[in-house]
Design a protein around this ligand. Sequence first.
Ligand code: ATP
Length: 669
Amino acid sequence: MNESRESVIGTPLDAQIEALTEAGKLRRLSGAFARFVATLGMPSNRPTGGAEAPLMLACLLLSELEGRGHSCLMLNDLAQDPSALLGWTPEEWNALRDAAGTLPRNAMAWRAMLYSCEQVWPVGDLDFKQPLVLDGERLYLRRYWSDETAVAGAVRSRAGQPLPVDTAEARHWLDILFDHATREGGPDWQKIACATALRGNLAVITGGPGTGKTYTVARLLALLFAMAGAQAGGLRIALAAPTGKAAARLKQSIDHALDTLAGKVGAALPLRELAGRMGAARTLHSLLGARPDTRSFQHHAGNPLDVDVLIVDEASMVHLEMMAALLAALPPHARLILLGDKDQLASVEAGAVLGDLCHDAEAGRYSAATLDYVAAASGQQIPAAFLDAAGGALAQQTVMLRQSRRFGGPIGALATAVNQGDAEAARSVLRGDSGGQLLWMEAAQLPEVLKLAVQGREGAGSGYQQYLRLLQAGQTAAMEGGPDVHEAWARDVLKSFEAFRLLCAVREGEWGVTGLNEAIEQRLEAAGLIRRRGEWYVGRPVMVTRNDYGAGVFNGDIGLALPDPLRPGSLRVYFSEGEAVRSVLATRLRNVETAFAMTVHKSQGSEFRHTVLVLPREGGSVLARELIYTGITRAREYFTLATPSAHILAEAIAERTHRASGLRAQIAG
Ligand SMILES: Nc1ncnc2c1ncn2[C@@H]1O[C@H](COP(=O)(O)OP(=O)(O)OP(=O)(O)O)[C@@H](O)[C@H]1O
């Protein structure tokens, strides 16, 4: 241990960090990182500040916030009270702050102090590859600053260079593709989205569930084919999404929509043939060519993707680092179209890229030039309320779809109330539905929730027993009937499993993923629906928790363990891929967990006929509006909310997830 390292060990701050780590309030990694950086000797052109304790505190918070999805630390938060960001009590923060001794009094003083530290690179100064970056009022880990700067630069240059468009031709095709006879009130935002996307190499299309994001992008593809004329056959289109399931859904929806459109455009455009040349949709990892055990990809700026148009669905799940890699690998001429719901939970990893990109989506903030262009290319008049002369370049390339086609009724009304932060309206929707689509178990008891998990509820399907009964009924015939029969059975069982899901806000505790999975397994075993013999058993649903390139499975994939038809006695895990299934030997899967209950985070990109959202007894920092909204919007036909105490719903709706990020500031330049 060197001298400077010894200087921080055993100090009051060090002891307080240790105490908070022991209490589960801090990651061990954060303390280690803070000690390491505070005592790191760096060549620098600035004098050493001798400010180990404040620097250690800043590093500690930076690392801790990174683990909670923030890409930077705002000096204002550091100077005031960051306890809410950390999910701590003010007392916990005060104890840590007091242990650090005298601290800079405000953000400006923090900035001056950090500027004097040799471990920090103030942007614009001589760069010695210091681990921390100070950019205005934001402190970053270098990696996140680089990613954010790269994403901002790419977004700025893509959005800032409008492409020439033959507006008369665009109008001709858009009128064919959107031949809606009558529309009630307001402009057709779907048509507007296609027109704006045509004008640039970046388009962001956001909207809640069922607002027609896929419907719109299929028309946009047809438009791009049509406008490419004789070159349409050579247009290289790639479809991608963060998870395999979302990718398969995107492909299915686009194929279906293009097939319908082919009839509409007729002989004027060989749409079926053109669509047939598009490849399968892929996960972003596979598109970029992820390599085991490294963060780098096969495709990057030096070896770009071979595409002209890239469509990325479920973009809210794309984290900052992935977005940076994606933009780096995309050739400058290629069009990037991002689809997603800006109000959903942000990615598990750091960053809130879609949310940041869509900051102006609701307000529009279109320029007069955009209004003129849209009118010429689509015949649609954007109302003056969406006009803003100060709107940036990105706003001109962003469209929010505002009308849901599929997601009406009580579930849609509930999602809207939650999204608007209106707890009273949410409560009255939940209590008022007489059609059975919604059920609120306001003071839920655990046995009731377990009963619901096993048996479902009247009119809304019969819970997990449904797929297990199907499994049991067909197992003998499937094992004896040959590969085709077995595959059809596996597909049916998977489909049945996908109809129902229990989602939790938290992982730990009896109302969390771990507790509920164990309790549900016990119930199912008692009911004779599963027979556990160790970890693996017939019918076990599992979720992959780490990418495994060798086995071809990715984080978030969900499969079911079923008997291997070729090796009786051993189990394979079956995953559905669109209409097909593929399987992996169960014992090959190292990183999986049981998936009767899963977190709302992991459910993004999936929908279930009946979704049950289980909230814990106490709030905490994860319980926020975005989580509740994401949980509700996973439900296709039935939604059940189980709360051990009714007040938790209003508390969660009142809370907003906030992620510190400098992306918007960097895009604005
Ligand atoms: N303008 C429209 N006219 C008729 N039907 C439409 C229109 N827009 C969307 N739909 C239909 O509404 C349904 C939902 O559309 P779509 O799947 O494209 O929405 P989405 O926003 O992609 O949904 P999700 O959030 O689930 O991915 C589909 O059945 C689609 O065909």
